[in-house]
Design a protein around this ligand. Structure first.
Ligand SMILES: [Ca+2]
Length: 122
């Protein structure tokens, strides 16, 4: 299977997205969220790690387009270098579980995890 390093989620007009985080790893992990802005660039908007795991909410989308966010993860390898983690996105009811697996080969996709759900505001 090809390796996948990042996934996208979309927030439609009138909604906000809520991200919750968990980490189950001894090695340093980062999870990064980028926002696809109107200029077509991806700007960093949130980052979490092993010990900073507070929830993060997107703004309410007041535009006519879907707001797209890209989620990526990385871990520190045994040589103290940051490496991209593989990601897997699974739908669970009306939310998504986005789990990252670091390079140590156990395939659990829980080293750093976010769950994403949409809240309808208006
Ligand atoms: Ca793992």
């Amino acid at each position: 299977m090809p390796r996948v390093f990042d996934v996208d989620v979309s927030v439609p007009k009138g909604y906000k997205g809520v991200f919750k985080f968990a980490c189950n790893a001894a090695w340093p992990q980062n999870l990064k969220i980028g926002y696809h802005n109107e200029e077509g660039n991806v700007e960093p908007v949130a980052e979490r790690n092993n010990t900073t795991l507070d929830d993060w909410e997107t703004p309410v989308n007041e535009s006519e387009r879907d707001n797209v966010y890209t989620i990526s993860g990385e871990y520190k390898d045994r040589y103290d270098r940051w490496q991209k983690s593989n990601v897997r996105k699974q739908q669970q009811g009306n939310s998504y579980r986005i789990g990252f697996d670091d390079g140590f080969g156990d395939g659990d996709y829980n080293d750093i995890v976010t769950t994403f759900e949409l809240n309808k505001i208006h």
